[in-house]
Design a protein around this ligand. Structure first.
Ligand SMILES: [Zn+2]
Length: 339
């Protein structure tokens, strides 16, 4: 394998993070919290109806079981052994050091402006070091698109970002500011454990491409004429979104989402989106199964009873099942209808 960045050397690096470890670590840390769900990330892609869990390597299987409150599948155990958001043999060690350089500069010079600062009363923060900020967010977007099929960007933009990253030492701010970019900082107060309530993941919406990495949300547009309002649980509004998109500017404006709004966003995000999608999927599968068995689609009443059996009245419960759990409940339900 040849390295995806230099396209010259052998891709010899193992366990390379494609989302910066220093940013996402506190979110994925299971030690931080005893509560269920926390420390897990959601794969936000629409085509996967089941939530995929990934865990840090240190997480033992026992801890995994007690955290989830159910047995884990073999697949989940395998995943527990791998480091989340990392890949093997995609980059070479020389290029890995380029990433580290860009990441270190951001972590040392920019991150404290957010994590170690009292943001009370601030709705935005303006950053003047455009180059450091853009390079940092570009490597997240570019690496994710190279390493994970969920986030796709067009070939010419991928190639252009690759060139920008390679020229990181000599390129100037004007040469890399032509991609519309919006950044939201999710203020996370209340101690280290509070970070584990955040998420890491990305969507396949494309316009904009959206990555959540713990307390940062990146929205990246490939073309300036494709900028449009995108409602992501109130992250921006139709009134303010345009002013928060940075494009050929002299500084970068970062949207500040205060702690209470962050909590609300994450709550809405889970309950509205994920639950709705999952229930839709189960309804569809149940209909198909019923048709196979009885040659007809189930009456609405029956579907509702089935969903009631599945959720015990709390829709959020659907997010906690494995495929095996679902099968069990479904078989029992159908049997009860036959008898
Ligand atoms: Zn390389």
């Amino acid at each position: 394998m040849t390295c995806a960045l230099c396209k010259e050397r052998e891709a010899n690096k193992k366990n390379t993070h494609f989302l910066t470890d220093g940013i996402i670590r506190s979110c994925l840390n299971l030690e931080g919290s005893k509560e269920r769900e926390k420390g897990f990330y959601f794969d936000l892609s629409n085509d996967n109806a089941f939530i995929e869990f990934k865990f840090q390597r240190e997480t033992s299987v026992d801890k995994l079981i007690s955290s989830l409150g159910r047995d884990v599948t073999n697949e989940e155990i395998e995943k527990a052994k791998s480091i989340p958001f990392s890949v093997d043999n995609v980059f070479c060690s020389v290029c890995e050091s380029i990433f580290t350089k860009i990441e270190s500069k951001f972590i040392n010079e920019i991150l404290p402006v957010f994590r170690d600062t009292d943001l009370t009363g601030k709705d935005t923060i303006n950053l003047v070091d455009i180059k450091t900020v853009r390079l940092f967010f570009y490597i997240q977007i570019w690496r994710t698109s190279v390493c994970d099929d969920t986030l796709k960007i067009s070939e010419d933009v991928t190639e252009n970002l690759r060139q920008i990253i390679l020229k990181h030492t000599t390129i100037n701010a004007n040469e890399l500011s032509h991609y519309p970019l919006a950044i939201t900082y999710l203020q996370t107060t209340g101690g280290e454990a509070e970070y584990t309530t955040n998420y890491v993941g990305f969507t396949n919406d494309r316009n904009p491409n959206l990555i959540i990495m713990n307390d940062f949300v990146i929205q990246f547009y490939e073309y300036s004429d494709s900028v449009r309002f995108f409602d992501f649980f109130g992250l921006t509004t139709e009134q303010n979104y345009n002013g928060l998109i940075n494009y050929n500017d002299q500084q970068i404006i970062v949207n500040i989402f205060h702690n209470d709004r962050r909590k609300q966003l994450l709550k809405d995000f889970i309950t509205n989106d994920r639950v709705k999608q999952t229930i839709q999927y189960y309804t569809y599968c149940f209909g198909k199964l019923w048709f196979k068995l009885f040659g007809d689609y189930p009456p609405i009443q029956t579907t509702q009873e089935y969903l009631q059996a599945l959720t015990s009245g709390v829709e959020f419960n659907v997010l906690q099942y494995t495929k095996e759990n679902i099968m069990e409940v479904t078989v029992q339900f159908v049997q009860s209808k036959i008898n």
